[in-house]
Write a new protein. Structure first.
Length: 337
């Protein structure tokens, strides 16, 4: 049983998501690509939470959507429960979606304003029943809706209300209930608390933890707030310009960040202890984030790194183990070749 609990539920290798675009006039038009995700490797074990963190525009949400196949990946593999989704037929992909559901960032935009709470939560069940991938009667769906509403902290008597009648936190609870409707194994959480007040954030985070323990859920959890990521995650992956630059156990990463970008990120996060905060040395990044429409011949962080070396401009460092499973993509921690 212990072996089974440690196997990977999700494995992502070489994931790329490149978006084509055109520039110039009709006669001088040139085609280029935005390299939003440019070779992501990660895995998530059953029952764990992998936090994905990085600055705005680094490719976190695009990675999540490519994993869910809301975007068709340009290259790479996404293997869920042993099945390669990138090679799956539409029917196979539809069946796999039952095991993988999304909680979106904006609870005001992710719910249909013309549908009642009952219809929103039961919609996945109706779709999969119609596709003959599950079998539920209308009465069974209504019972499941009421059970889910109460489980996420909403009264079942609100099931005929519309989204505009709820607060932001309540709407996000509806979104979580909808994601749970098909009893998924993996939940992809795209900054699900960033649009909520701080007091409500803690309630939703605790709800995620309780649901994980109760239903054995696995999370890929995206957030900007480093305190949120630290609280919810077992392991953390740090993303920069479409690639993972560091991957480690949560406690280890906050205790001993290795990559210069991770060090800069953590130095910017406030610590609620004036004595510690006064002694901390802030890492200030210089320069601008490079344009994502150019291919890289060297380290993706080269332009902003204060510790760069000559070889950083010539080749791209890959994730390598720096000890105790702590992986980092930086030549400072690579053995000389």
């Amino acid at each position: 049983m212990a072996e089974k609990a440690n196997e990977n539920l999700l494995e992502v290798s070489g994931l790329k998501m490149h978006f084509p675009y055109h520039t110039g006039s009709l006669w001088t038009r040139k085609k280029g690509h935005i390299y939003a995700v440019d070779g992501v490797d990660l895995s998530i074990k059953k029952g764990e939470t992998l936090g994905l963190v990085g600055e705005s525009g680094c490719g976190k949400s695009t990675t999540l959507r490519a994993i869910a196949h809301l975007y068709r990946p340009t290259a790479g593999k996404v293997v869920l429960k042993g099945q390669d989704l990138t090679a799956a037929s539409p029917a196979e992909l539809m069946k796999a979606r039952k095991d993988m559901q999304i909680v979106f960032q904006d609870p005001y935009a992710s719910l249909n304003p013309r549908m009642t709470t009952r219809d929103i939560i039961s919609e996945p069940m109706r779709i999969f029943t119609k596709a003959k991938l599950m079998s539920l009667t209308k009465i069974e769906m209504d019972e499941r809706v009421e059970q889910l509403m109460e489980r996420v902290g909403l009264s079942r008597f609100f099931k005929n209300r519309y989204p505009h009648e709820f607060s932001g936190g309540q709407r996000q609870r509806i979104g979580i209930a909808r994601a749970l409707a098909l009893k998924p194994d993996l939940m992809l959480c795209d900054e699900p608390v960033s649009a909520l007040d701080v007091s409500i954030q803690s309630q939703i985070l605790n709800l995620f933890k309780d649901l994980q323990e109760e239903f054995g859920l696995t999370y890929l959890f995206i957030a900007h707030d480093l305190a949120v990521i630290q609280y919810i995650s077992n392991r953390i992956a740090v993303m920069y310009l479409g690639v993972i630059v560091e991957l480690s156990d949560s406690a280890e990463l906050y205790k001993k960040p290795l990559h210069p970008y991770t060090q800069a990120l953590l130095s910017a996060a406030p610590i609620p202890d004036p004595a510690v905060e006064r002694k901390r040395q802030r890492v200030i990044l210089t320069g601008d984030v490079p344009s994502p429409d150019k291919t890289r011949t060297g380290c993706y962080f080269y332009d902003r790194c204060s510790k760069r070396m000559d070889k950083c401009a010539k080749s791209v460092p890959r994730l390598k183990d720096a000890g105790s499973g702590h992986q980092v993509a930086c030549f400072l921690f690579h053995d000389p070749e």
